[in-house]
Design a protein around this ligand. Structure first.
Ligand SMILES: [Fe+2]
Length: 187
């Protein structure tokens, strides 16, 4: 199913997401869409495809009531994965996906997030890009549409809105990098 992707870790990740997001069908559909997008990118970007696709399945598990602790889903998901023996790289990718560090500042959780290493790599970019091109319910979106939709859903007083001045340009820069890599790989 996943081509060159190792299915064992990816299947484990999918099963965890399916279990903990059972009561959140839109979030589950979004996660499945992000995993599918990540799988497409993994084929182009090459390195460690199973890490990318597993992290994509797991990136939003922190929304689940059974995992929620601080209410900041990247941190809660990463802590759960850390506590359950997942590789530190996957926990850290989940902790820092989609510019979480900017929102952590707005929530005063930056110290807690620093417990996880922030990876800066084509793979980390691909995870963020996959998340930022798939909306709620799993529909594909442009990054700019996704950002606008996210700000509308979270509202003007939200930590996401407070973080937007720095996070918005960061997400657009990630999108530019990924699209350039994909274009270069297709030549
Ligand atoms: Fe997401």
């Amino acid at each position: 199913m996943y081509g060159t992707v190792s299915t064992t870790r990816v299947d484990q990740a999918r099963r965890v997401a399916q279990l903990v997001l059972a009561d959140l069908p839109e979030r589950w559909q979004h996660s499945a869409g992000v995993a599918e997008r990540a799988e497409e990118l993994a084929g182009t970007l090459g390195e460690d495809p199973d890490v990318l696709v597993a992290a994509a399945w797991l990136h939003d598990i922190g929304y689940a009531d059974s995992i929620r602790e601080t209410g900041f889903h990247p941190l809660d998901g990463a802590r759960y994965l850390d506590d359950h023996g997942w590789p530190p790289r996957i926990s850290a990718l989940v902790a820092h996906h989609s510019g979480a560090c900017f929102v952590a500042e707005a929530r005063n959780l930056q110290e807690a997030l620093r417990a996880f290493d922030r990876e800066e790599s084509p793979l980390a970019d691909a995870l963020t890009y996959a998340d930022q091109t798939v909306g709620p319910g799993g529909r594909r979106m442009l990054v700019q549409q996704r950002i606008s939709d996210m700000l509308r859903r979270h509202g003007p007083r939200s930590p996401n809105a407070a973080a937007h001045r720095l996070r918005g340009p960061y997400l657009l820069a990630v999108a530019h990098r990924v699209e350039s890599r994909v274009a270069a790989a297709c030549v």
